[in-house]
Write a protein that binds this ligand. Structure first.
Ligand SMILES: Cc1cc2nc3c(=O)[nH]c(=O)nc-3n(C[C@H](O)[C@H](O)[C@H](O)COP(=O)(O)O)c2cc1C
Length: 172
């Protein structure tokens, strides 16, 4: 692969047991082998190896950033997208954005994207976990996965969902 010109490799650091485990289970069950990635980087210092697999907290990401030239985050960014704000703040020194600010910025983003033909559900499905572990996370998910609401309201479905959160938070 190096001889063909590839210089950066993203390694999901576990064996896949093909034929026995589903792709989903293959991302969960076989043990992670981060040391293989460290060794690859050591053996091929002219190439760049990026560690992927199982990085689900800022502390773990930060620890692996000390030992690797980079990391890739998959499910954590999808299931708990607010981790990206935490990384932006703690790793890159940017001001910490609230979940509400992130959601409002996503509404602005969605307003542009829908004019290009992107479906609202394609945007909101990556935001369903934004309020994970917060009060009313379920209600947030319900509104933003309700196709009739998304069709009727378009990008405004996001501020509608936020207003519902505020109402419940104020009354509880
Ligand atoms: C929403 C989502 C979509 C993904 N799509 C692909 C894909 O199209 N092709 C692929 O090889 N891996 C795909 N993956 C797997 C990731 O590339 C990654 O290797 C995997 O999730 C393991 O990293 P993680 O433990 O940080 O999740 C996807 C993962 C997620 C969460």
């Amino acid at each position: 692969m190096r001889d063909s010109g590839c210089t950066t490799f993203i390694v999901h650091a576990r064996n896949a047991i093909l034929g026995k485990l589903s792709p989903r289970d293959n991302r969960r069950i076989p043990p992670l082998k981060y040391d293989y990635v460290y060794r690859l980087q050591n053996d091929f210092p002219d190439l760049i190896f990026i560690l992927n697999g199982g990085l689900d907290s800022f502390d773990l990401i930060s620890k692996e950033m000390q030992q690797n030239r980079g990391v890739m985050i998959g499910r954590a960014a999808y299931n708990n997208p607010y981790i990206l704000s935490e990384i932006e703040h703690k790793w890159f020194g940017e001001p910490l954005k609230s979940r509400y600010t992130v959601a409002s910025q996503m509404e602005d983003y969605a307003s542009v994207q829908v004019t290009k033909g992107v479906r609202m559900s394609s945007i909101t499905k990556c935001m369903l976990g934004l309020f994970k572990s917060q009060p009313n996370a379920k209600q947030w998910r319900q509104i933003l996965s309700d196709h009739s609401k998304l069709t009727k309201l378009g990008p405004a479905a996001i501020s509608y969902a936020l207003s519902k959160l505020e109402q419940v938070n104020n009354s509880s």
